[in-house]
Design a protein around this ligand. Structure first.
Ligand SMILES: [Mn+2]
Length: 558
């Protein structure tokens, strides 16, 4: 930090009565003034916008009023990720409060794949569906929606994705802050966020109180979709997190109870790393319905068994993931030894589709290379999931190689494609060129970018409490990483699974417990440095036997 930033931090610390460390963190995260810092800390409801600012909201009201009439059969079609499932649950529950008993349906990775299909529309027609809402999907389903309209269905799209560029779907109503005409101030709502705005508008019209009880669902979807924490998203997510363990929905309460030990404070990381994997497990292994059924459960006696079902799916998921991870790692070693290419393209025969994305993420992290994991099917077509590392853009890379693909799509960080088995070698070669063109150069160790250099003496329970006031962490507002120099390793113990437990001291005092997970070379490095290291870490609470201590979660050592 430069001198003027240091000065600003000191002023913020003084004016807002914050520890200096927290004020410096705020400045390093882009707070340019005292009001900025105040707004981030206090996160007031004034940043919540009027839902009627959203293009299409008036038409949506009319559409829903019509759907309350007798003889209507309404189906909500969502997505199999957390955003899509929480959005479906929110609309189903919200509609029930205005007298609409909606059906729901989620796509399945292994059957129709992502999004609406003509087959699904046909099945809905057979079931007598007259009104269709697509949520967290639909903005690019132009052909499918045209077909549904042709067959006489009334269709509303509630989405937050970018339009395809080939025009908008011909639905009766379209809510999507990304459509060009929409001047809604917060472009970064997620699918459940747009759904929430719809329900707020509807409840407002009909005089139904307290739509805020749905914010826990909004928080889960916003975090899992890694949405930027705009002021409105931050407000909704923070409010939602604070009510999760007292949620109106028995399923959400049970998730907090079982998976988070009834933690008083639920943080962004709890949702991302503990709840989301569990909720995603059924959709990865077969179909996602069990997770949505939990969100829709109204019987607290049933909820524990429904969470148990998710654990079972999650155990299967972990087994499959471990199996395919091992095969992938062996594949990389056998083929490349120690000389890895810039981009890894790993393929195997009939690997379970549902986990190749997580395996790609794991490999990308382990080897610090952009990685695609391919599952070759019996028909000679491989389906792939790709994850990037800093400095590499999969979307651009796939665009450059698009002539090789049967299907492709995704973002800079995560993408998917299918390719003929015979073209995999060509793809490997082409991706090396693409990496060079993107000026991407692989490095062997992932770069940890600490927020601040600190002295360990600055860490205390006040700082930890203040950190909690900066929640939610996740996505583009990650949990803080600090760096400390000249730290002495006073104790070191290897524990089960090859993890390390350490005690770190600075200036001969200020001793902290620390832990390092899955860093196999760390012990050697510490010895090499004669136990005096620079260390980057996340400060966390470790709760053991009812006692709370600060524990440093080590991210890297230099
Ligand atoms: Mn989404």
């Amino acid at each position: 930090m430069n001198a003027s930033e240091e000065l600003l931090a000191s002023t913020i610390a003084l004016e807002l009565k914050l520890p200096h460390l927290i004020a410096r963190l705020l400045v390093s995260r882009g707070c340019n003034s005292i009001p900025d810092a105040y707004a981030l800390l206090h996160c007031e409801s004034s940043c919540v916008h009027d839902p009627f600012l959203m293009c299409g909201m008036d038409a949506a009201m009319e559409w829903v009023m019509e759907a309350r009439k007798p003889g209507v059969s309404l189906c909500i079609f969502g997505d199999y990720d957390m955003d899509g499932m929480t959005a479906t649950a929110l609309l189903k529950r919200g509609f029930a409060e205005v007298g609409i008993n909606a059906m729901w349906r989620l796509p399945c990775r292994f059957a129709s794949g992502y999004g609406l299909s003509l087959t699904i529309v046909d099945e809905m027609l057979d079931q007598g569906v007259t009104h269709l809402v697509t949520v967290d999907t639909g903005i690019t389903s132009n052909a499918e929606i045209a077909y549904a309209k042709e067959k006489g269905m009334r269709v509303m799209v509630v989405d937050h994705h970018q339009p395809s560029g080939d025009g908008l779907p011909p639905s009766d109503v379209l809510l999507d802050p990304y459509q060009e005409l929409c001047s809604y101030p917060n472009k970064h709502l997620c699918g459940v966020g747009v759904s929430y705005k719809l329900i707020c508008a509807l409840f407002g019209r009909l005089g139904i109180q307290n739509p805020e009880r749905y914010l826990d669902l909004v928080a889960m979807g916003t975090l899992a979709d890694l949405m930027p924490m705009t002021p409105e998203n931050r407000y909704m997510t923070r409010m939602g997190l604070s009510r999760m363990h007292n949620s109106d929905w028995p399923g959400v309460r049970e998730l907090c109870h079982r998976q988070l030990d009834n933690a008083e404070h639920v943080g962004g990381q709890d949702v991302l790393f503990r709840i989301a994997p569990l909720m995603n497990a059924p959709g990865r292994m077969e179909k996602p319905d069990a997770a949505l059924e939990l969100l829709l459960c109204d019987d607290k006696v049933m909820a524990p068994a429904m969470v148990e079902r998710l654990y079972k799916f999650n155990d299967d998921r972990k087994k499959k993931e471990a199996e395919i991870s091992k095969m992938s790692m062996d594949w990389v070693k056998a083929r490349y030894g120690d000389t890895l290419p810039q981009v890894l393209v790993v393929d195997g025969f009939c690997w379970h589709w549902g986990v190749i994305g997580i395996v790609a993420a794991k490999l990308a992290q382990t080897f610090n290379r952009p990685t695609a994991v391919l599952s070759v099917q019996e028909d000679g077509v491989a389906h792939a999931s790709a994850r990037a590392v800093l400095g590499f853009n999969w979307h651009k890379a796939l665009f450059e190689c698009r002539d090789l693909f049967l299907r492709w799509g995704g973002h800079a960080n995560a993408a998917g494609f299918s390719v003929r088995q015979n073209d995999i070698e060509a793809l490997r070669t082409r991706l090396q060129t693409v990496a060079t063109d993107q000026n991407y150069e692989a490095i062997s160790e992932p770069e940890v970018r600490p927020d601040l250099d600190i002295a360990l003496a600055e860490l205390d329970s006040t700082v930890m409490e203040c950190l909690h006031d900066l929640e939610p962490f996740g996505g583009k507002f990650p949990y803080p990483v600090f760096h400390a120099e000249k730290v002495r390793v006073s104790k070191l113990r290897e524990v089960r699974g090859g993890h390390l437990q350490l005690e770190l001291t600075q200036d001969g005092r200020h001793s902290f417990a620390a832990i390092a997970f899955g860093m196999p070379n760390l012990k050697a490095k510490i010895n090499e440095r004669e136990k005096c290291i620079g260390v980057s870490f996340e400060p966390t609470w470790n709760i053991y036997n009812g006692r709370r201590n600060i524990q440093l979660l080590i991210k890297s050592v230099d």
